[in-house]
Design a protein around this ligand. Structure first.
Ligand code: SF4
Length: 313
């Protein structure tokens, strides 16, 4: 019979907790429908659950009727989207994670100081779209694995920023490559990769070398969840998979496996991990050893619009 190493921290981070609570509180206070631009967090289960309770998820603001209430997702939005909402007179609540807002502010300041900004991240991700929108003429997005492709206009005045959910090791490698090309490269004032991504990566890296198999619970469009699979493989797991829910796991993965590592992305409710542990227990992996690297205590207060008595606008 095999055993399970259960990584901690895993699951919800402070930004995701706040974003989900924001939609729940908006539904309670203002009643459905509450429109949400993009998935509030990148998790199918969370989105389905909020949809059942009256949230309406849309891709763009033109799908939101006039006079409706719209919540911006945890990944952040560009000033252009906020401006378009204002122009249409939509009522808005901004659930952008404060740690994403911090990167937006750094981008604005660096652009004001005259830097060409290399933004390391995945161009198709909503967070990168939002940050890019702060200074589109100054920001150059580059994938961490393809730093050679970026060519800022003034190579003597270059700084860098990153997506909050990247792998720490891959980002540091990318920065090293950039520094070889741009020796005067200026660092951001503090790490952009958020505490939650770092903690989850460290925890999975600690268990991975002891596991023949690692299963990460998370949706395929969740950047931080996908990074956990990569970190597990880099750290020595023989195999690692991402599953949205227990039903997606495959019994054949367990062939010849003695130790299974389990973790989950920052947007994943712990219920989904419990269901995976139940599935593993039914397959003979009932012995669960929690491995906790760090205790997390950070919480964020709700957006201003939900802290006061005023109507969002
Ligand atoms: Fe904020 Fe990090 Fe959570 Fe993203 S993963 S919502 S940046 S705390």
């Amino acid at each position: 019979m095999g055993r399970v190493l259960l990584a901690a921290p895993r699951g919800y981070c402070a930004g995701v907790e706040r974003a989900i609570l924001t939609v729940e509180e908006a539904l309670k206070r203002f009643g459905p429908p509450v429109y949400v631009r993009k998935q509030i967090v990148h998790n199918t289960h969370v989105v389905d659950d909020l949809t059942r309770r009256g949230a309406v998820f849309v891709e763009e603001l033109d799908e939101v009727p006039d006079d409706a209430l719209v919540v911006f997702s945890a990944h952040g939005v560009s000033p252009a989207v906020k401006g378009a909402a204002r122009e249409r007179g939509l009522r808005t609540i901004d659930a952008t994670c404060p740690l994403v807002t911090k990167v937006h502010k750094e981008a604005v300041r660096m652009a004001e100081d005259g830097y060409e900004i290399v933004l390391i991240g995945h161009a198709e991700h909503e967070e990168i779209e939002g940050t890019l929108g702060e200074a589109p003429e100054r920001i150059h997005v580059v994938d961490p694995a393809r730093t050679g492709e970026v060519s800022p206009g003034r190579p003597q005045k270059v700084s860098w920023l990153s997506q909050t959910t990247l792998s720490v090791d891959e980002t540091m490698r990318a920065v090293g490559e950039l520094r070889e090309r741009f020796p005067d490269l200026v660092d951001p004032p503090s790490d952009d990769i958020c505490y939650a991504s770092q903690n989850r990566q460290e925890a999975i890296a600690a268990i991975a070398p002891r596991c023949e198999l690692v299963i990460v619970v998370g949706s395929a469009n969740s950047s931080n969840s996908r990074r956990l699979v990569e970190v597990a493989l880099d750290a020595g797991a023989k195999a690692a998979y991402l599953v949205d829910r227990a039903a997606d796991a495959d019994e054949r993965w367990l062939d010849g496996v003695e130790t299974v590592g389990v973790s989950s992305g920052a947007s994943v409710p712990d219920l989904l991990v419990t269901q995976l542990l139940d599935w593993l227990a039914a397959g003979g992996y009932a012995d669960v050893e929690p491995v906790t690297l760090t205790e997390e205590t950070l919480t964020f207060s709700l957006p201003l619009e939900l802290r006061s008595n005023r109507r969002p606008g």
